[in-house]
Ligand binder design. Structure first.
Ligand code: G3I
Length: 379
């Protein structure tokens, strides 16, 4: 009897030790797994900023060391009319970052989307002249960057200025001001907060033509002494694009120019392709079609595993470039939050992130954590 009792105590102790060893080895979170190598972040939405989504907030606080504002700092939200700024949600966003000591990102200052018409037009509806638009851009940047000076550590200053072929997009910024609107935006942001990191942010920079255009743009800005400190590779990826080799080459090419690289909007789209173009252009809209929404009842295990492997492979590339790559930010917290549920087709059930619709970590989460200790491509 006594021997049996002793054996039971011993085996209970052994189980406890094994359990302790397992927890001691496993990093508690994404941010801990990559601490010292990469700052891991997530874009947060209004429900998370205001505390309405307490489950989402718990994940953000536990897992991430950085936040980006998915929408609340866009021009139309904070500066809807010439004389009207609304910082209600933006202030709460920045307070969230400060409260949790997070690296807080500003997104975005100059973009061709989500900018109200008044910015480009006069009272009669005509396009304004270069000086007027430069002044409006200056005042907006001065006011917004100035307000959060020292509290937002990195700004996406110019967003998506390039076409897919690498030429400059003919946005109203470009048409009215000319191509130096980009340099001006960076100068104004630097004046407003000389300590802030300043990013040129775009999607599909792994596509050779667009990458070449971006490299030429950054090289020119650097040669002119424009204070651009980093390039944001948005990272709206799929299971097959970009290849690991393209990602690797893209990061190397920008790093060679002397700028840091941030992965700013990472997600991996598992939905069937609805367009032939490799794009994240928000203006694209395609009709609903059940064939293009195959996983309404859940993601098959084989797809879960492919997503996990894909994430591990990409993180191995980012880690290889630690030092040059500073930050990896997911574009959303859980699958249910993702913009990919509504783009380019509304109402799809998408699975692009590390946490599922009920906030549970997916196999992809474990794979990303594991990749932090191997630093090599998974098999
Ligand atoms: O908040 C309103 C809501 O009140 C309204 O009822 C509803 C009706 O459509 O719209 C809601 O706003 C939507 C908003 O997302 C919040 O869900 C806008 O219509 C919709 O256009 C907006 O889309 C955002 C998109 O940028 C355009 O700003 C996505 O959430 C956001 O993920 C996406 O993020 C962009 C980056 O800023 C730049 N890079 C590409 C990336 C993905 O497109």
């Amino acid at each position: 009897m006594l021997i049996k009792a002793r054996l039971m105590v011993r085996s209970a102790a052994l189980v406890a030790i094994i359990a302790y060893a397992a927890t001691a080895q496993a990093p508690a979170s994404l941010k801990d797994a990559y601490r010292g190598d990469l700052t891991i972040g997530a874009a947060i939405n209004a429900a998370q900023i205001t505390g309405q989504d307490s489950r989402g907030d718990a994940i953000v606080e536990e897992q991430f060391a950085s936040i980006s504002p998915e929408n609340v700092l866009k021009w139309e939200r904070i500066h809807p009319q010439a004389e009207t700024y609304d910082f209600t949600l933006a202030d709460q966003y920045v307070a969230f970052g400060q409260k949790h000591h997070m690296f807080t990102v500003g997104h975005c200052l100059v973009w061709h989307n989500q900018v109200p018409d008044w910015v480009f037009h006069d009272d009669k509806g005509n396009l304004v002249d270069r000086e007027t638009l430069l002044k409006r851009m200056h005042d907006h940047i001065q006011t917004v960057v100035g307000r959060y000076k020292g509290r937002i550590q990195s700004w996406d200053v110019v967003n998506e200025a390039l076409n897919e072929d690498g030429t400059l997009r003919q946005s109203l910024w470009m048409k009215i001001i000319g191509e130096d609107y980009i340099a001006k935006a960076f100068q104004y942001a630097h004046e407003a907060d000389p300590q802030a990191q300043l990013t040129y942010n775009d999607y599909s920079l792994e596509v050779p033509a667009k990458r070449a255009g971006a490299l030429a743009l950054i090289a020119k800005l650097k040669a002119e002494g424009v204070p651009v400190t980093s390039v944001g590779l948005q990272g709206h990826d799929s299971l097959t694009w970009p290849s690991v080799e393209d990602e690797d080459a893209t990061i190397s090419a920008f790093a060679k120019l002397g700028v840091k690289v941030a992965i700013t909007e990472l997600d991996i789209d598992l939905m069937p392709r609805a367009t032939r173009q490799q794009t994240a252009d928000v203006s694209l809209s395609i009709r609903q079609d059940a064939k293009l929404n195959p996983y309404v009842d859940g993601l098959p295990e084989s797809e879960q595993q492919q997503l996990a492997k894909r994430y591990a492979d990409l993180f191995a590339v980012y880690l290889k470039h630690r030092g040059d790559v500073t930050r990896v930010t997911f574009w959303g917290v859980t699958d249910g939050d993702s913009w990919l549920n509504n783009w380019p087709i509304r109402g799809r059930t998408s699975y692009p992130l590390l946490f599922d619709r009920s906030g549970q970590p997916k196999p992809a989460f474990q794979a990303v954590v594991r990749a932090s200790s191997t630093g090599t491509t998974s098999n």
